[in-house]
Design a protein around this ligand. Structure first.
Ligand code: UN1
Length: 510
């Protein structure tokens, strides 16, 4: 296995990225695959953050008047840059976040896809025309750029979540100020570098198009996130991470009456009914539960299976789990890479201990691949048979733990169990029955932002709005009409008559 620092040098070379301006102390980038340190980076001070906000705000004042399709052209070029550097950026994601090769590349593909989506959107930032109750009047809605958009992102999708937010924010005419996870600063620096290069090339071809300062990157810890959330000149803050972090951001943003888009923890469930295709379900369950080492917001954490099929399904899963390839994420054939760090491993063990204390039977979950590094935290994915939905199942542990729970009776009983947790991000049902599927999707069905039939809970496409309810925070990012969260709406009434009729028939003759 080639050590991570050596692989990093290759990646930096192909990205043509010089880390010197970012080097310093305060933030260490490490590689979960072997525990090696990748780089020591300088954290930004609050004074520097202020200066970045000044620059971003000044850039926004110009960018907001740039025609939206021209803004789209910038994002089209960003998509091209990402296509050219997909392999290197994907490998950097694998190095710094520990994702297997195909998932690192998949994350960059998700960035390319959202750029394509945003380019189309740049010609479709439509408002409505509304019938006026007054003669000779017309009403309409106009969508305007909102200002500097703050982005706070997590380690587990270190580049895709930035792109969902910034591709939309940029076509919507905003500037961007990004505070990535301090666990993944290098991937953030690489994204900023690729965007800056794209901006510079565009500006060189069409001078005066791109204001400097349009995209700013803040490296540092929690205090920078708290600062960002409190800035009145950041009208929208989009934050992805834990529910604890989201509550803190929400309060700071709300105190100044800003807008937050929150994408927080999930505790995602799948219901398997007696009519389900069990083999298909087993494959979907495995990808959702153990993919990305269980470190997606959308990872499957609770499996709610009808008592009549729980035995064959669980046995099948135990067989699959016993042969899952855990190992170096950059090696061919690996399906499960490492956890992000020791704290994640400890949290997983604590949850498994709690599950045992609550009557669960645990298979797997132990440390694996110790030979890959003392500070590399690999685990065998864990399957936990539970007889009731106890306390441990109500909180999100960011690790590959799948609780398997039986239900009896009809699908409503399973849906009640599914919804009986604080979080509401993703959910799925496996069934051959139309009625069960439709009940699951109905108002009395799943209470999550994502509800799927006969596919797993993770791996959402960018075309749909992404996010969830309850402790998940209520925000929506990515596709559908999520762009509206990055703009402000003006309602316009235009009088083309010579009279001045008032609404609601009010008379006010002067
Ligand atoms: C996240 O885990 O923060 O649906 C995002 C998925 C991915 C995005 C997950 N497209 O699994």
């Amino acid at each position: 296995m080639i050590a991570s620092p050596q692989r990093l040098q290759q990646v930096l070379k192909s990205l043509d990225l010089d880390l010197t301006p970012w080097s310093g102390s305060g933030c260490t980038s490490r590689a979960p695959r072997d525990g090696a340190n990748l780089a020591e980076l300088r954290t930004h001070s609050l004074q520097e953050a202020d200066a970045m906000l000044d620059a971003a705000h000044a850039a926004w004042l110009r960018w907001r008047s740039t025609p939206a399709p021209v803004r789209g052209e910038l994002v089209r070029r960003l998509g091209q840059t990402l296509r050219q550097h997909k392999a290197a950026l994907g490998e950097l994601v694998s190095l710094e976040a520990g994702k297997i090769t195909s998932e690192g590349l998949g994350e960059v593909q998700e960035m390319i896809d959202i750029c394509d989506f945003a380019v189309g959107l740049s010609r479709q930032l439509h408002g409505l025309t509304i019938a006026s109750e007054r003669p000779g009047h017309r009403m309409m809605e106009t969508w305007h750029p909102v200002g500097v958009v703050g982005i706070i992102s997590a380690f587990n999708f270190p580049v895709a979540v930035w792109s969902w937010n910034s591709a939309l924010a940029l076509v919507c005419g905003n500037a961007v100020l990004w505070k990535p996870s301090e666990k993944t600063p290098l991937t953030a620096i690489a994204c900023q570098h690729l965007l800056q290069r794209t901006l510079a090339d565009f500006e060189a071809e069409q001078p005066g198009t791109v204001p400097p300062g349009l995209s700013q990157l803040l490296i540092g810890g929690r205090e920078l996130g708290e600062w960002l959330a409190a800035q009145p000149r950041v009208p929208v803050v989009s934050a992805t991470g834990s529910t604890r972090m989201g509550r803190d951001v929400a309060v700071r943003v709300a105190q100044r009456l800003g807008r937050s888009i929150l994408e927080l923890g999930g505790n995602n469930a799948m219901i398997v009914t007696p009519s389900a295709d069990l083999e298909l379900a087993a494959r979907a369950i495995t990808f959702s539960a153990v993919g990305t080492a269980g470190q997606r917001c959308t990872s499957l954490r609770r499996l709610i299976v009808h008592e009549s099929v729980i035995e064959p399904l669980t046995r099948r899963l135990e067989a699959i789990y016993s042969s899952i390839a855990v190992g170096d994420p950059l090696a061919d054939g690996t399906l499960v890479g490492p956890l992000i760090d020791r704290a994640a491993f400890d949290a997983m063990q604590a949850s498994l201990d709690q599950a045992r204390a609550e009557g669960g039977t645990v298979t797997g979950g132990e440390r694996a691949c110790r030979g890959l590094g003392d500070d590399a935290w690999y685990v065998r994915p864990a399957l936990v048979r539970m007889s009731a939905q106890s306390g441990v199942m109500r909180h999100e542990t960011f690790a590959p733990i799948l609780y398997v729970l039986p239900y009896s009776g009809d699908v409503d009983a399973a849906i009640a169990l599914q919804n009986d947790v604080p979080q509401g991000l993703s959910s799925a049902i496996f069934t051959g029955g139309l009625r069960e599927a439709e009940v699951f999707l109905s108002p009395s069905g799943s209470d999550c932002g994502i509800a799927n039939v006969n596919i797993g809970t993770s791996g959402a496409e960018i075309g749909g709005a992404f996010g969830g309810e309850k402790d998940t925070g209520g925000g929506r990012e990515s596709g559908s009409d999520a762009w509206k969260g990055y703009m402000r709406r003006a309602t316009n009434t235009i009088n083309y008559s010579g009279a001045l009729p008032l609404a609601q028939g009010v008379r006010f003759d002067v």
